[in-house]
Design a protein around this ligand. Sequence first.
Ligand code: KE4
Length: 429
Amino acid sequence: MKTEASAQLFTQAKALIPGGVNSPVRACRSVGCDPLFVAKASGCTITDVDGNTFLDFVGSWGPMILGHAHPEVLEAIRRTALDGASFGAPSPLEVELSAQVCAAVPSIDMVRFVNSGTEATMSAIRLARGYTGRKVVVKFDGCYHGHADSFLVKAGSGVITLGIPGSPGVPDDIVRNTLSIPYNDTEVLAQTLRDPSLDVACVIVEPVAGNMGVVAPKSGFLQALRELTRELGIVLIFDEVITGFRLALGGAQERFGILPDLTCLGKIIGGGLPVGAYGGKREIMSLIAPDGPVYQAGTLSGNPLAMAAGLAVLKVIRRPGFYEELEEKSAWFGVELEKIAASSPVPATLNRVGSMLTCFFAADPVVDFASALRADASRYGRHYRQMLAGGIWLAPSQFEAAFVSAAHDRQHLQKALDITESSFKKLID
Ligand code: KE4
C-alpha cells in the first residue's frame, strides 16, 4: 500500500503539532504504525492522501451514523453557509434543534449547546455541584468523559490507550474530588454513595461504555444507579455523547428505560461539525446563566452551520424504520463476528450494543475496566494493521468502539467479515 504522501504530511505535522495530530489516539501509537492522512470520505468509504480506500468503521468516533458526506447534510451546511457562519447572537436554527433534542430525549426539558462533548460534561458536573452545593464527582473506571481536569482519573479512550495514569497538570485537589469506581459493580457503588464522609454531587456514567471498548451495563446496574442517586439527592448524569441518537432516537435512556437528571450529548447531533450539548430537568437547568448563577458560555455555541448539520441528521434518523434497519444489520454483523471469534485460533470475544461494537482479544467476557485491560492490546495492534492492509479502517485502539452506519450495506459488512476472518488466522504467534 502506497503511503508516501501520508508519511510526508506526518513528518511536517510532527514539527508543527504535538505528535503530529490534533487528538492523541489518532497518532496510532498503540497499534504500531503511523497514521494515514485522510483526503476525503463518502458513505462508508474513506480515501487517504495516497488514494487508498477503506471501509470505515470509526465514523469519526461516532458522529457519522449516516455515513460521510450525506447529501442532505452537505446541502444543509452549504445552504446555511450562504447566510453566514456564525453570529454570536441567537438564531432560529438553535431554537429548532433544541426543540428536537428536547422532544427526542426523554429526560431533557431544557438544553444548552456547546462545542464538544468535553464542554458538555464539564458544564454538567459544574451544574451538578452548583445545584447540590456538594463537591465530589463519582465516575467509573474506563469511562471517558472528555479531557476536563475532573475526568482524567482512571479514564478510558486515549488516556488508557496511551497508558497515561491520569494526567500531569491536574491539581491534587481536583483529583481528590473525583472518585473512580468499578463499572457494573453495584455493591461498591452503594458503599461509595452511602459513605457519610463523602459529599457526592453527582455520578457521571456512560450508560453503555464505549471508551474501554464497548461494555454493556449489567442487568440492574443502571436501575440501581438511578435508585441510589434519587434516594441520596445525588445528580445522575448520563454521558450519552456516544450513545445519544446512536442506540435509539432517545439514546440509551430510551433503550434501557432509565431517566437521568442530566444528559450530555455530542457527536451525532453535530453531523460532523463541532457540537456538544447538556440538558435535563428544568429545575436544574434553570440554574445556568443568565437565568441562574452557574456560569457557562461559548463563542461558537449554537452556531448556524453546526445546528443546520445536526438538524439534517435528525431529519434522516427520525424517518420510520431508520433504527430498525440499523439494528437489524448490526445484529447480523455481530452474530457473524461472534462466529468468527468462536472459531478463531486466538482468544477473542465480541461485545455489541446496537451499532457499536468491540472485538476484544480476550479469553474471558469483558464486563468492566479490569477485564478490558486483560485483552491483548498488542494482538489488537497486529489485527488493526492486517485489517488496514485488507481495506478496513478500524479504531487504532483496543479500547474504542467500532460503529456500523446507515451507509454500510450487507456487501460492505460481508467484506469486513471476510477480512476479519483472514486476519484472525494470521494472528497465531
Ligand atoms: P469530545 O470533547 O472529544 O467531543 O467528547 C468527549 C467525550 C465525552 N464523552 C464520551 C462518552 C466520549 O466518547 C467522548 C469522546 N470520545 C472519544 C472517542 N471515544 C473522542 C476521540 C478522541 O479523543 O480523539
